[in-house]
Design a protein around this ligand. Structure first.
Ligand code: SF4
Length: 253
């Protein structure tokens, strides 16, 4: 697969208001992970003026760390989320290090940080992350079934590696969570067993952007997995199995 079209740009703002947490930081516009179910794909292509398909373009905000350093000194304390409309640890982070250098700005500062990713590239930054006083590392894990995951996500890490990375962060004293969303077909009891000992809590969400992925579900013969009954059943089974193992659960739908 050819690489994405990459542009280097200067952002005007990097510490932006978020509806989910107080702030979000997106060091990149565009996301090579290219998930078929991505809600950001619905609006980010138009917003960024790109004609390439979602997953095939990335703008690297090369001034992100310097801009964050300027904005943070004027900001009111609040929780910062990496990232709302990209994966901060998509492959290009190896080249640009914008996430790492942005996190370095936050090390030792009194701003809680949440980092959610699908890539074990985050391991590289465990030293910086541990220097952030209040920090949580989360991995999206939408199914235990690697073949299902591969049908929906382009460049994410294998599920087993994500869970291994969660264990490493937790063993290093960093709070961890899994985002089981958007729930994909799989075995919820097996997923709960895999997450046991790796996370402090699990958030469960459903697929909310059905029109964009309906055709993909149809091609995979998975249309039954788009019904309300499927999400109810899958989420209930997962929540029950997690609670039985003493893991805190939050359904966000
Ligand atoms: S990792 Fe997140 S932002 Fe990136 S394509 Fe997947 S869902 Fe979208």
């Amino acid at each position: 697969m050819p690489g994405p079209v990459v542009r280097e740009i200067e952002a005007k703002s990097i510490l932006n208001a978020s509806k989910i947490y107080d702030y979000c930081v997106n060091p990149y516009t565009g996301c090579q992970v290219g998930c078929a179910y991505c809600y950001a794909a619905l609006f980010m292509r138009r917003y960024s003026g790109h004609s390439e398909p979602w997953g095939d373009f990335v703008d690297a905000k090369v001034n992100a760390p310097a801009l964050l350093a300027r904005q943070i000194v004027k900001a009111r304390r609040g929780k910062i989320w990496f990232s709302s409309v990209c994966d901060s640890y998509q492959p290009l982070e190896e080249r640009y290090g914008l996430t790492r250098r942005s996190l370095e700005v936050l090390a030792g500062r009194d701003f809680p940080v949440v980092i959610q990713t699908k890539s074990v590239r985050i391991r590289r930054d465990i030293d910086v992350i541990r220097r952030i006083p209040e920090v949580e590392v989360g991995f999206s894990v939408a199914s235990d079934d690697e073949s299902i995951i591969r049908a929906f996500e382009r460049t994410s890490s294998p599920v087993a590696e994500r869970i291994e990375a969660l264990r490493e962060f937790r063993a290093a004293g960093v709070a961890t969570y899994a985002f089981a969303g958007p729930l994909l077909p799989g075995n919820p009891e097996r997923l709960a067993a895999l997450l046991d000992g790796a996370v402090d809590r699990v958030l469960i969400d459903r697929m909310n952007y059905v029109p964009a992925v309906r055709a993909l579900y149809a091609r995979q013969g998975l249309l039954a997995a788009l019904t309300d009954a499927f999400f109810r059943d899958q989420a209930d089974r997962l929540a029950k199995a997690l609670r039985a193992r003493g893991i805190a659960v939050e359904k966000v739908f």
